[in-house]
Design a protein around this ligand. Structure first.
Ligand SMILES: [Zn+2]
Length: 500
């Protein structure tokens, strides 16, 4: 077995800790001997900072590894390879790919901030993976659409999708609601919020059965071309039964467009923190708004909820904090974490995984299905024992129960698929290291979408307290707490040959 030793000390280390090359070499040689190495070659960098990757000693080690002349590399700790996480990832991957075993003298991956940060990065990268997988799934559905079939995932209110035949038909009750929404919108000036309110007051059931209509749902219904009989699937159009006349649908679009024009400037709708930011004063989530506020139009986050169905209206008077300063603060923190593993590990709070949530919802759904089935049986038994006659009312009740059961079954299938996806996702993250390298090397050039994914992967929650100054630009008088997310994952293939 051929062993290589890599040692590095910076002038700073020497002065501060009294580390010496000789000590490191001695310790590494002992380990090589205990492993039974037949040859030991030394590579050393003295007085060179670990933030620079281009070091003569390390370069020549990497070259030798590439040539396949080494079986094991012994290093005191990952810091010797590099002080930068991105570089550590790059170098360890390179060694691993070459089939070289990496031995650290006094370092346990699972128990150290550095080791845990790797998991964190993997989580971040996993976000990209998920995006990719989603993209692939979309492409799969496209293909089905091209062949004229209805791809899975057709869940429009007003229709029932038959899983077996792949066909869709109209749900009469829901279709009536859709028709109302369109008629009210084009013939009255009540707007989406007014429509939501009207439906809520009438107790109109939603698809999920919660009975709360949100204005966003109304808006989505109004812009959905499905209701005029066209299902646009990317560039393909699939004919479905129309619920409103084309003319009515067009009219609604024109009216929506007018409303949008009044909301000028809202094209800037990119909010880095949406979904993870909340107000510590009222407990609401904060959402992005692009509106005039104290004489200035700009992107802000607010905890105010003016829409239907909001339990908590938020802080009063309205609190709206400039988005840019909050986003900069969070982004700075994310970059700092990537640069300084210890801090992230210290601040990290382990977050439950999505998988757990899915599993719980699946359980609830199954329970629900049970209840529905029991209800159906009770009705059937009562009929069988002649307690009452099979009249229209009972028939309706049975149909209703049947429909509910079908919907639950549909949801169950969805959840099972999602759960399987989540599991697969944790099992096979092979391209991870490559991606990690890619992302970390261009941290400053990331696009908004990528930045957002990275922020979401590393930050579990941003809590904002205080209200800032009206029109204020800085974060004075505002408290921002940024909580780290550290995904808990088993040490997979990546760490299998990184041992103590
Ligand atoms: Zn608030």
């Amino acid at each position: 077995m051929h062993a290589a030793i890599y040692v590095r000390v910076s002038t700073d280390d020497q002065a501060r800790y009294g580390y010496s090359l000789a000590e490191q070499k001695e310790a590494c040689r002992l380990r090589a001997a205990s492993l039974g190495a037949s040859t030991v070659v030394e590579y050393a960098d003295e007085g060179i900072s670990g933030t620079i990757l281009d070091r003569p000693g390390l370069n020549s080690l990497r070259e030798t590894v590439k040539n396949g002349q080494i079986d094991v590399i012994i290093v005191r700790d990952p810091d010797r390879l590099s002080r930068k996480l991105a570089h550590q990832l790059l170098v360890t991957e390179e060694f691993e790919k070459a089939g070289v075993k990496l031995e650290f003298l006094d370092f346990d991956w699972k128990d150290t901030p550095e080791g845990r940060l790797f998991y964190s990065i993997r989580g971040a990268i996993a976000e990209y993976e998920r995006e990719k997988i989603r993209d692939r799934m979309v492409r799969g559905k496209n293909q089905k659409a091209r062949q004229g079939g209805i791809p899975i995932g057709f869940y429009a209110y007003g229709y029932v999708y038959n899983q077996e035949t792949g066909g869709i038909h109209i749900d009469e009750d829901e279709a009536a609601v859709i028709k109302n929404i369109y008629t009210w919108f084009i013939s009255e000036d009540i707007g989406v919020n007014g429509i939501a309110k009207r439906l809520n007051i009438a107790g109109t059931p939603t698809r999920k059965g919660k009975g709360i209509w949100h204005r966003n749902v109304i808006r989505q219904i109004l812009v959905n071309p499905v209701y005029r009989g066209q299902w646009w699937y990317k560039e393909y159009t699939i004919q479905v039964p129309a619920l409103v006349e084309a003319e009515v649908w067009e009219k609604a679009q024109r009216k929506l467009k007018e409303a949008r024009r009044l909301w000028a400037g809202s094209s800037r709708n990119e909010y880095l923190l949406s979904g993870i930011i909340s107000c510590s004063d009222c407990g609401n989530t904060m959402t992005g708004v692009f509106a005039k506020w104290w004489g200035k139009k700009e992107r802000r986050y607010t905890c105010r909820k003016s829409s239907q169905g909001a339990k908590n209206a938020g802080c009063y008077p309205m609190k709206a904090i400039t988005a840019r300063v909050l986003e900069e603060a969070v982004w700075e923190q994310v970059c700092a974490w990537l640069d300084d593993p210890d801090t992230l590990a210290r601040e990290a709070a382990c977050e439950g995984l999505q998988e757990e949530e899915l599993r719980q919802e699946l359980e609830r759904t199954e329970k629900h299905m049970d209840d529905v089935e029991k209800g159906r049986e009770a009705v059937l038994n009562a009929l069988a024992s002649g307690l009452f006659e099979l009249d229209g009312k009972i028939k309706g009740k049975l149909t209703d129960l049947k429909r509910r059961k079908e919907r639950l079954e549909e949801r169950k299938r969805e959840l099972e698929a999602a759960l399987q996806g989540a599991r697969r996702h944790f099992a096979g993250m092979k391209d991870l290291r490559t991606l990690a390298r890619e992302v970390l090397s261009r941290l400053d050039m990331l696009e908004f979408k990528e930045k957002k994914a990275l922020v979401r992967a590393l930050v579990s929650q941003v809590a904002v307290s205080g209200r800032g100054r009206p029109g204020g630009q800085g974060l004075r008088d505002v408290g921002v707490t940024i909580l780290a997310r550290l995904p808990e994952q088993e040490a997979g293939a990546f760490f299998s040959n990184v041992t103590r």
